[in-house]
Design a protein. Structure first.
Length: 245
């Protein structure tokens, strides 16, 4: 099924039941989870649950407009594909429904998101502030920051200032005392952020959600935004890159 859904540019969904706030086809969830944007006739349930994530049209002209948008604007297409994956894996898997059922029965289970340690090499206080801003921007809640600082002027003061509960700073040269990075990083997952780059709030979230459907040991994004001539240009595609061992 996932192969079939991923094999098409978009999915057309027709609803026979329009007025129900909850009843609509499961294929809407499945298509979104596969990164396939959906164009649909009206459904109260779809609109209530997904808002404008699913492109809804009631007239022939409206549906043609939605199809034209997805087939001509690659940025909109990639945004819808990524937002669909994020929405379903964040809120609408069988695991989420089972937890909801158990909650209604009075059985409350702790749900802790996977822990991630963000690593970065910094060469100045400005680098530290840039990485800290990227780290703080992340919506993923279960995260730690580890910085490796070169011996720049004021590095000692920075270590005293920026060492907090969620942030640790080590001098890069001192890392020779640790033969394995696992002696520093104790979380299951680790990531890297550069002080020269900007990371959106869902950067870690999207990568962590990918652990739900892949056994890969390395997960990355194939696209990034490049600033040139006063414009932002997307390079690559939003599909994640998985590397298995």
């Amino acid at each position: 099924m996932n192969v079939a859904y991923k094999g098409y540019k978009y999915m057309l969904n027709i609803n026979s039941i329009k007025g129900s706030p909850t009843m609509f086809s499961r294929r809407v969830f499945e298509g979104l989870a596969c990164g396939t944007p959906i164009i649909s006739s009206y459904s109260k349930g779809i609109q209530r649950m997904f808002g404008d994530l699913v492109l809804i049209g009631e007239t022939e002209a409206s549906l043609e407009e939605k199809i034209h948008l997805l087939t001509t604007d690659e940025a909109v297409y990639q945004q819808k594909a990524l937002e669909g994956i994020r929405e379903v894996y964040h809120h609408h898997t069988y695991q989420h429904r089972l937890h909801l059922m158990l909650d209604k029965l009075g059985v409350h289970l702790e749900r802790t998101p996977p822990a991630v340690t963000v690593l970065s090499v910094v060469h100045s206080q400005a680098d530290i502030e840039a990485v800290q801003a990227n780290f703080d921007r992340q919506a993923h809640p279960n995260k730690q920051l580890v910085l490796f600082a070169t011996m720049f002027d004021g590095v000692t003061d920075c270590m005293n200032t920026y060492n907090t509960e969620n942030c640790r700073i080590y001098t890069l040269s001192y890392m020779n005392h640790y033969p394995h990075i696992q002696e520093i990083v104790t979380t299951e997952w680790m990531s890297y952020m550069s002080s020269a780059h900007y990371y959106g709030e869902h950067y870690l979230t999207d990568l962590v959600l990918a652990t739900e459907y892949t056994n890969a040991h390395v997960i990355g994004k194939k696209n990034y935004l490049e600033h040139a001539k006063d414009q932002l240009r997307e390079v690559g595609g939003t599909r994640r890159l998985h590397i298995c061992q």
